[in-house]
Design a protein around this ligand. Structure first.
Ligand SMILES: Nc1ncnc2c1ncn2[C@@H]1O[C@H](COP(=O)(O)OP(=O)(O)OP(=O)(O)O)[C@@H](O)[C@H]1O
Length: 472
């Protein structure tokens, strides 16, 4: 079950080997090269390189930026349509931004978090396959279809949601996107703040400009000013060359500052000047230059409270909250919780090339009851883990590994009410209706943890008699 072949270009053997292990554990095939030259030879050996649909072709190239001989950016020219993910240290984050402009699909800072690397890899491959699919047959009908998919009744622009809170959010996004207003997105961790920022950018006039995302909490405090605003040569120890900042790199597009509450006060003052004057001054420079950037900021913290404690500039806070969007936490999204779980389950199965798994009724109950403190991100991880650990294609609460104590009490009595007025019988009914065409009565009873006799009795009581008459 290969997820695709990946070429790693990295001169440091230890990093290369650990990346190989990480990717192979996820089912990717891996080929290694220690330099651009070596990678070039490997690429030339690919027999069907000219054919975009060739199965032998690498699905992705992951290249370090600094390599002996030629730099990693050379890989972009050599890749011939294969997406290139650049790895770089924080110190060279700016060069990474310019490599994005040269055509890299994404960049990731070293040392990288394993989960993040896997996510970037999956996204890069998916993005490329979407692009391939688009360019191979782009008809008007297809374009309409895509529009339907991205804005289907399940959500908007890839953000799944059907509850009132999410509908309100979608309406707000559609209203604010075409304007140039600064937006402040409030939401707990994992609620989809970056997705919302992306939706705003993609529905704005700046769609063809860059969108630069910066997580203020992930960049060391000492580097953040020079990363954001750039610096002149010699402006501080170690500034051996002048460098463009991320704000300048977002010129003509959107700058997304995630976790803005973590921005140090000095950097806040500089940012405020950029917003007020539309000009940027690099660290160590006396000259300003104009920039045209739309700012979207996000935070999980209470900025009003932070500003009352003098930890966040009040004037910047008021500037940011021109439009404030609140993303509800997952636990407040009612039936969306199960809808998301099912969609994420289907997505995970597809990604892992598995047939579709389903959720056992007690798993549905546990999912609806659980508080999801890590929101959608936690659910994504829980479902992925469950699919890996599940012994058959039905996910049990134990596979999910969320706090399912609630299950024991809820399942003691059939009549007991679950959250949102749903009863165990609702789950029973739903499970039977969804699975009865694919499962025998024996299998259904087993999955429900009841005898066939009880299954039959409940069917009678709930008015869902068995459809098939064949013996099971
Ligand atoms: N409504 C949604 N529909 C589909 N996927 C979602 C939704 N909300 C979040 N996700 C997914 O959950 C993960 C976390 O989302 P995202 O990074 O946007 O959250 P965040 O609020 O920015 O998190 P953090 O504050 O921790 O950075 C992503 O993989 C994203 O695709």
């Amino acid at each position: 079950m290969s997820q695709g072949q990946i070429l790693i270009v990295e001169d440091e053997e230890i990093i290369r080997a650990s990346l190989r292990r990480l990717l192979e554990r996820q089912g990717y095939g891996v080929t290694e090269a220690g330099s651009v030259h070596e990678a070039e030879t490997l690429l030339r050996q690919q027999p069907d390189l000219q054919k975009p649909e060739a199965s032998e072709k690498f699905a992705l190239i992951i290249s370090d930026l600094r390599l002996p001989g030629k730099p990693g950016t050379e890989m972009i020219n050599l890749a011939n349509g294969i997406p290139v993910l650049i790895m770089t240290s924080y110190a060279s984050l700016n060069s990474a931004v310019s490599t994005m402009k040269q055509g890299a699909v994404d960049y990731i800072a070293k040392p990288f978090d394993h989960a993040e690397m896997l996510q970037r890899v999956a996204e890069a491959i998916e993005k490329q396959s979407n692009l391939n699919a688009e360019s191979s047959a782009k008809t008007n009908a297809e374009a309409m279809d895509n529009e339907h998919l991205s804005n289907s009744e399940n959500g908007f622009n890839g953000i799944l949601g059907q509850c009132d809170g999410m509908h309100l959010l979608f309406r707000q996004i559609k209203k604010v996107a075409p304007t140039d207003a600064t937006v402040l997105i409030q939401g707990e961790s994992g609620t989809g703040k970056e997705l919302v920022a992306k939706a705003i950018h993609e529905n704005s006039r700046r769609i063809n400009g860059p969108m630069i995302s910066v997580n203020c909490a992930a960049i060391p405090e000492t580097l953040i000013e020079s990363e954001l605003f750039g610096h002149e040569k010699g402006s501080f120890t170690g500034a051996t060359a002048a460098r463009t900042g991320l704000i300048e790199a977002a010129n003509g597009g959107t700058l997304f500052l995630d976790e803005i509450g973590e921005l140090p006060l000095e950097a806040q003052a500089r940012l405020l000047r950029v917003l007020q004057e539309g000009e940027i001054r690099r660290v160590g420079s006396v000259q300003s230059q104009s920039v045209n950037v739309r700012l979207i900021a996000a935070t999980h913290r209470n900025l009003r409270q932070l500003s009352s404690q003098n930890e966040f500039r009040e004037d910047l806070y008021y500037r940011l909250k021109v439009v404030e969007l609140r993303i509800p936490p997952l636990r407040e999204r009612g039936n969306d919780i199960l809808m998301l779980a099912e969609k994420l389950l289907a997505k995970t199965c597809k990604k892992m090339d598995l047939e579709l798994f389903s959720l056992a009724p007690e798993t549905m109950a546990a999912i609806s009851q659980y508080q999801w403190p890590g929101n959608v991100r936690e659910m994504e991880h829980a479902i992925e883990r469950a699919v890996i650990l599940s012994e058959d294609n039905i996910i049990t609460p134990e596979n999910l590994d969320i706090d399912v104590r609630v299950k024991q009490t809820l399942f003691r009595q059939d009549s007991e009410e679950l959250q949102d007025g749903l009863t165990l019988e609702d789950y029973f009914q739903r499970f039977v209706l969804e699975h009865q065409d694919q499962m025998t009565e024996t299998e259904l009873a087993q999955k429900l943890g009841i005898s066939r006799k009880t299954l039959w009795e409940r069917r009678q009581r709930l008015g869902i008699p068995r459809k098939k008459t064949t013996a099971t």
